[in-house]
Design a protein around this ligand. Structure first.
Ligand SMILES: C[S@@+](CC[C@H](N)C(=O)[O-])C[C@H]1O[C@@H](n2cnc3c(N)ncnc32)[C@H](O)[C@@H]1O
Length: 277
């Protein structure tokens, strides 16, 4: 159990007296609006990238009403990052379903994994349970939630569901570093890190700002490229925002790749200095 402040109070009230009423309209939650009486609601919840408290009010309300909460966890990692993002919110342990996430590059292995997961969730929905599925950052931005939702819809046409957006990693990175993501008519590109330095250079040269996600082991040549392009001082880097091991750098000229590397890392690239306004 985790608890603090108003959100914990909200969850406590939900546990004792059933769903709490907040100012969130039922139509936003989908409750009693489009749900056939026999099926539970399915909610996709973006919990933000790490800092506690980055959860929209509607998603908090849905969490309080959920009977079952799926918390994906990357294979080989002890704790679900999605659950860490909910620090300060009390969730009864019996509601939690830990799912180890399989990122196998083999598509048939992946689809078998999603099929199995969707079968279990569909059974719970058919039993009338309200099910929430957590994702880090935003629910539909480079997230496995989209695959789960598609697999569920294929099994339960007319599935009553709502997806709540979350704060993306790059929005949180920009805020943590006070780094504007786009001003005036600046063109912003969001992309998973390409495989080669040449591809990345092309993308940087054709945009004003590039948000680079999924950098992984490519960080050393990414940093080398930014230095060669003489824009390293204009760029910013955020690793594990709001989580243990957080690293925030405004200007990446002095960064050492081996020390900064990590799966949860985002680079904000700017091609020209900010315009005076
Ligand atoms: C599978 S994607 C998930 C994206 C997420 N749905 C979002 O809205 O940001 C994983 C990538 O998100 C970024 N990311 C997620 N959490 C982060 C964090 N706490 N700090 C920095 N980057 C993060 C990294 O670029 C990472 O490689």
């Amino acid at each position: 159990m985790i608890s603090s402040g108003a959100s914990a109070a909200l969850m406590d009230a939900a546990n004792e007296d059933g769903p709490v009423s907040t100012s969130v309209p039922a139509s936003v939650l989908g409750v009693g609006v489009d749900a056939p009486a026999t099926l539970g609601m399915f909610w996709g919840i973006g919990v933000g990238p790490g800092p506690a408290g980055y959860l929209p009010l509607a998603a908090l309300d849905a969490l309080a009403r959920a009977d079952i909460i799926y918390a994906p966890r990357a294979r080989g990692v002890d704790a679900s990052v999605a659950l860490r993002c909910l620090d300060g919110i009390e969730i009864a342990a019996h509601k939690l379903r830990d799912i180890e996430f399989n990122m196998d590059p083999d598509r048939s292995v992946l689809s078998a994994h999603y099929a199995q997961l969707a079968d279990s969730i569909a059974d719970e929905l058919k039993a009338g349970c309200n099910v929430a599925y957590l994702t880090i950052g935003d629910s539909l931005t480079y997230s496995t939630y989209g695959y789960v939702l598609a697999a569920l819809r294929a099994r339960l046409p007319g599935l009553p569901q709502r997806t709540f957006p979350g704060i993306t990693s790059y929005a949180a990175a920009a805020s943590a570093l006070s780094w504007p993501l786009g001003e005036g008519k600046e063109r912003v590109l969001i992309l998973p890190c390409p495989e080669t330095s040449e591809e990345l250079r092309r993308e940087i040269e054709t945009h004003d700002i590039v948000v680079l996600m999924k950098i992984g082991p490519r960080l050393d040549w990414v940093l080398a490229l930014l230095r060669v392009m003489e824009i390293d001082h204009l760029c910013a880097f955020a690793r594990r925002i709001g989580l243990p091991g957080e690293l925030l750098c405004d200007g990446v000229g002095d960064m050492v790749a081996e020390q900064a590397m990590g799966y949860l890392a985002t680079m904000l690239v700017r091609r020209h200095p900010r315009k005076e306004r």
